[in-house]
Design a binder for this molecule. Structure first.
Ligand SMILES: Nc1ncnc2c1ncn2[C@@H]1O[C@H](COP(=O)(O)OP(=O)(O)OP(=O)(O)O)[C@@H](O)[C@H]1O
Length: 205
């Protein structure tokens, strides 16, 4: 369903990788591995269409993603390194605003339910700038509670999370795979995803 063939990436004057190929079906998770600077974030940005490979192609349901454009983005949930939350807004406002931007229906009740599920009860109306790093990360990850898009691309989703939150997010990813979703993620942590077909791809072995 998601296929990368012979991808090559150049940043500045360095070739980070070449010949990267894999295929991912519904219910599968690809865990992208590699040392710092190997090009994991660069590859994820290619997979979501934010960067172009100098060679190779990425297809979704058999069509090149550069042709699908909006149709591809509508099936995609990308969570980058940064939390992408607005410091002046509360967790509740952040969640409602990001759903609106993504064109997804999310009621206030659902948003509150998601914030409670990620352990932010009592913090829903506090400006995000007053939250700890881990709490900010939880606000960003609360999006995943009601996220039903087919492909999740997650860059270091477990950074700054405590053990309970890591388990919770691993559970959300597992449930997504069980529903037939696909996921590509990168993490430096050893995390057990409780379901799905797990695969690993190592950059710069
Ligand atoms: N705009 C740019 N111009 C030049 N080099 C860049 C640019 N962006 C990234 N790089 C370089 O590309 C390399 C790969 O970066 P990338 O963020 O993809 O690595 P990574 O595998 O995700 O690393 P980490 O595990 O540290 O997050 C790094 O050496 C980085 O300095």
């Amino acid at each position: 369903m998601l296929e990368a063939s012979q991808l090559e990436c150049v940043r500045g004057d360095r070739r980070l990788f070449a010949g990267v190929s894999f295929r991912l079906e519904g219910g599968e998770l690809l865990n992208l591995q590699g040392k710092n600077g190997a090009g994991k974030t660069s590859l994820l940005r290619m997979l979501v269409g934010l960067a172009q490979p100098v060679a190779g192609e990425i297809t979704w349901r058999g069509e090149p993603i550069r042709k699908l454009a909006e149709d591809y983005r509508a099936e995609l949930c990308y969570m980058g390194h940064h939390n992408a939350i607005k410091e002046e807004l509360t967790p509740l406002e952040n969640l409602l605003a990001s759903a609106r931007l993504a064109g997804e229906p999310l009621s206030e009740e659902q948003a509150l339910e998601a914030l409670y599920a990620v352990g932010l009860a009592g913090r829903e109306d506090l400006q995000a700038k007053y939250l700890s790093q881990g709490q900010k990360r939880r606000v960003a990850l609360a999006r995943l509670i009601h996220e039903r898009r087919a492909l999740w691309v997650l860059d270091e989703p477990f950074v700054a999370l405590d053990v309970a939150a890591v388990d919770m997010v691993a559970g959300l990813i597992g449930a997504h795979l069980q529903r037939g979703g696909l996921a590509v993620m990168t993490t430096h942590q050893a995390v057990t995803i409780p379901a799905g077909n797990l695969r690993e791809y190592r950059l710069g072995a």
